[in-house]
Design a protein around this ligand. Structure first.
Ligand SMILES: [Zn+2]
Length: 473
């Protein structure tokens, strides 16, 4: 048995290198066009690329909306070669953040063909590749794309799934080094030369967390037979965790915590950021326009449910995340599409706000003793939000314009927002960014007048009635 393959460290230099074959041709991996793709560690690549982004003044994490302070912390942690722990409730972009770090890795890397963990040809880690580079004359190489391996925090996770299976015993019994009984990498080892993203690290059984610590700190693995095997895998570890008091989440072991920099990821700071995140992540990328007033009403509804000053704050146990905002935008657009609206109208919230309830109900939790139902909470908060946006639109109507609008409505008795004209239409068009929003703008202006002055009343989809007229008939 050749212990060097198992316990030794193997380094390949031009002087002791086999012939390397890439796409059927012999190549010099130290030549200018290939040298970048091997020999360096993941943290070296990340540091180098981060500096080059900074030199160009480009934000490497442009897909993350806002979060300027958190981005700086991530950059500092990465520069100093640290692992990262994102702490925060679900749905605030922990996964998106970890994925955006992936772009700091080279688009591709050179690896030994057939290797289960994509070994670097100059510094193989698995037994089989160590043997190959030392003994074989020709080694075939491939380019592998950059890797982001998600490792779910599963309380039922086994050692084999997480770390993998390694058996020195099987080698002694004469099994080939490539045999699955000798070496089968688990998810962490598959992240070699890439990013390992532990989604809910705290939910991984504590015994396995100890094995992870051994792997990251000592860079070794203890096999089920008790052999200690070096496994110098090179991985950037990014983990996420919910706050400790969150249901069903256990703790992260202290030695592991000590190996990571904690960065808190909270909800978007402003309504503008919330809206931007919603729009960027919608499934329905095209379709009827969602005018600004509807974006604000919907985003503020979600944000109110997170706010300590919300009148239902003490009843809401789990707050809705950005996914609620994203789905709200999707559902109102879907509704507008089905009703053939050019832009979202109030009717797209549903007669009893069913469309809004569809997006929110599964995304927040109330305490069990609460008297009011989720439906009521949603309706009330949405109504408050419509009130507040209507209030701000009402305050935009100049006094003389308001007088003219009311005169117009008094003459017409009934206004259909789709055929609006005159001063009402002129004012409404001042709210619009695009012509297609006009009917929606006329509607929200009338809704604002209805809610703030009581001079008109909504009677069904897009129809408003002059109240004085209503009283006479
Ligand atoms: Zn290998």
């Amino acid at each position: 048995m050749e212990y060097e393959y198992i316990f030794g460290e193997v380094r390949v230099k031009p002087s002791n290198a086999p012939k390397f074959i890439l796409n059927g041709e012999e190549v010099d991996i130290w030549s200018e066009n290939l040298a970048y793709y091997h020999s360096r560690s993941i943290s070296e690549y990340i540091r180098e690329n981060l500096l080059s982004y900074e030199a160009k003044g480009i934000d490497p994490f442009s897909e993350i909306v806002g979060k300027a302070v958190e981005k700086e912390m991530v950059k500092t942690a990465l520069m100093s070669g640290s692992n990262i722990l994102f702490k925060g409730k679900k749905g605030y972009g922990k996964t998106t953040f970890s994925k955006s770090i992936l772009k700091l890795l080279p688009e591709k890397l050179l690896a030994i063909k057939g290797c289960k963990i994509h070994d670097d040809p100059t510094h193989p880690v698995c037994f089989s590749c160590k043997k190959k580079v030392l003994e074989e004359e020709k080694i075939e190489l491939v380019f592998i794309p950059r890797k982001w391996i998600r490792i779910p925090g599963d309380p039922m996770m086994t050692t084999r799934q997480l770390i993998g299976g390694i058996s020195i015993q099987k080698i002694k019994e004469g099994y080939d080094l490539d045999h699955p009984e000798v070496f089968t990498p688990g998810r962490v080892l598959k992240a070699h030369r890439g990013i390992a993203y532990f989604d809910e690290l705290g939910s991984i059984p504590s015994a396995l967390q100890t094995l992870l610590h051994e792997l990251f700190e000592e860079r070794q693995i203890t096999t089920p037979e008790g052999d200690i095997v070096p496994m110098k895998i090179d991985t950037l570890v990014i983990s996420s965790t919910n706050p400790a008091n969150y249901k069903g989440v256990s703790d992260i072991k202290e030695p592991l915590l000590d190996r990571m920099e904690q960065i808190d990821i909270g909800p978007p700071e402003t309504a503008e950021e919330e809206i931007e995140i919603g729009l960027r992540n919608m499934s329905l990328k095209t379709g009827p326009i969602i005018p600004d007033w509807h974006l604000r009403i919907l985003a503020n509804t979600v944000r109110c449910m997170r706010n300590k000053n919300c009148r239902y704050a003490n009843r809401i146990e789990v707050e809705p995340s950005c996914r609620a905002t994203i789905k709200l935008f999707d559902h109102v657009r879907a509704s507008a599409m089905r009703k053939r609206h050019e832009a979202v109208m109030l009717a797209d919230y549903g007669e009893k706000f069913e469309v809004v309830k569809l997006a929110l109900k599964s995304r927040f939790e109330v305490d069990y003793e609460t008297e009011v139902s989720k439906d009521e909470i949603i309706s009330e908060i949405l109504n408050d939000s419509i009130d507040s946006v209507c209030g701000s639109i009402y305050s935009l109507i100049p006094r003389n314009v308001f007088g003219e609008i009311i005169e117009e409505i008094a003459r017409q008795k009934i206004v259909n927002v789709y055929n609006g004209n005159g001063t009402l239409k002129t004012f409404a068009s001042s709210l619009c960014k695009r012509r297609e929003e006009l009917s929606s703008a006329v509607e929200i202006t009338l809704e604002a007048i209805a809610r703030c002055s009581g001079l008109v009343e909504r009677c069904g989809d897009g129809i408003y009635v002059y109240k004085a007229y209503d009283r006479q008939t």
